[in-house]
Design a protein around this ligand. Structure first.
Ligand code: NAP
Length: 355
């Protein structure tokens, strides 16, 4: 028995070494990093089971909303591309914030007949990991539109090697969280103007089930003392949930017709896994992961479904409520991250659109 377990562990280690050698992801070097990897694998398996278990619930009814304007970050590939496809099918005006607007339009044209759709597509330059770019993108929208109805904070990276952005923030924290935190602050006046009683404007933050193992390292938010990509990703995904929950509290206090929800889209076969060992087993992804189309459903559900009108601050997964980090159930923890982020960006009054 002992030898069987020993050999199993040995083979698992060899397999892990082989898979890691095929990716740009760093090989775990300490017990803490191994523990993080095991927890990721565990959450991945639970996520796949959850996706299979709730497949029937994971749907969204598309309906025509030609008067609505949606802003999305990313959208040129992966889950975002399928979100854009659905929003255009609702005849919305969709403004994509992307790093390469020209190729983004071509990508959308690959899945939507742009000459036929009654929706309108606008592609603008945005690097959400660069605060100046976020400012410029928001200003462009403010100049053109008095109101917007939906903001989908979708763009993201996972397991990227350590890198600081031009503003000096670790790339996961900057791209997945801080850039979106600023964009939301800048566009809140337009979102307030878009909402009305019975028809809130909506913000959707695309997080991940790995928020469950996230921890906000306030003493070293960039993780410079001990960087591990998995830790950086789960920290950024937890930050999205903490900020969502506190923002909804603030919006409720001012009776704004705006709701903010946060979504785990499922375990989805996209390029997000480019730095992951999973990328070496494409057949496994094809067989067990959601397609990007399925991955887009709960995100669009959070953006348009009438059944969740007025239910802001909710964490959604597979078309229903999902389990999330216990810290996000504690208002003080949510406020701490929110205030910390305002302090980093020197925002005095969050949501007044001024920066
Ligand atoms: N796939 C999953 O299993 C899964 C699970 C949980 C959560 N999520 C979340 O779902 C969201 C979408 O991921 P995905 O799976 O669709 O990944 P993906 O296929 O890799 O797409 C990522 C998108 O984000 C954009 N992006 C990345 N960095 C950006 C930046 N600095 N500025 C502007 N856009 C940037 C990419 O644009 P470029 O083409 O310019 O790089 C692309 O459009 C992410 O927030 C991710 O964390 C995904």
């Amino acid at each position: 028995m002992f030898f069987a377990i020993f050999w199993l562990l040995f083979i698992a280690l060899l397999l892990a070494a082989f898979l890691f050698s095929k990716t740009t992801k760093e090989f775990p070097k300490s017990w803490f990093e191994w523990k993080t990897e095991f927890r990721y694998q565990y959450l991945g398996i639970i996520g796949l089971i959850h996706d299979a278990q709730y497949a029937a619930r994971d749907r969204v009814a598309l309906y025509k909303q030609p008067d609505r304007i949606a802003v999305i970050t990313g959208g040129n590939r992966g889950i975002g591309l399928r979100i854009v496809e659905k929003l255009l099918a609702c005849d919305m005006t969709v403004i994509m914030g992307v790093r390469d607007p020209r190729s983004a339009e071509a990508a959308v044209a690959g899945v939507v007949d742009l000459s036929e759709t009654k929706g309108k597509l606008i592609c603008e330059q945005l690097d959400v990991g660069d605060l100046k770019s976020v400012q410029a993108f928001a200003q462009l929208i403010k100049d053109k539109y008095q109101k917007i109805d939906l903001l989908l904070n979708n763009a993201g990276i996972m397991f990227a090697p350590f890198k600081l952005t031009a503003d000096g923030y670790e790339s996961h924290f900057a791209t997945n969280f801080l850039g979106h935190f600023l964009l939301t602050h800048l566009l809140l006046p337009q979102l307030r103007a878009g909402g009305k009683a019975g028809r809130n404007s909506r913000i959707v933050n695309v997080s991940s089930c790995v928020n469950l193992i996230g921890r906000i390292n306030y003493k070293d938010i960039n993780g410079t003392k001990h960087y591990y990509p998995g830790t950086a990703y789960s920290q950024s995904k937890l930050a999205q949930i903490l900020y969502t929950r506190h923002l909804q509290t603030l919006l409720d206090a001012e009776n704004a017709h705006v709701q903010v929800n946060v979504v785990h889209p499922g375990i989805v076969d996209t390029d997000l896994f480019e730095h992951s060992a999973t990328t070496s087993v494409p057949l496994f992804k094809k067989l067990f992961f959601k397609t990007p189309e399925r991955g887009s459903r709960t995100v669009v559900f959070a953006a348009i479904d009438p059944s969740i009108e007025g239910q802001g601050g909710t964490y959604l997964s597979n078309g229903g409520k999902g389990p999330f980090h216990s810290d996000a159930k504690k208002p003080a923890k949510c406020e701490q991250l929110f205030q910390f982020s305002c302090d980093l960006l020197k925002i005095k009054q969050y949501g007044n659109g001024v920066y």
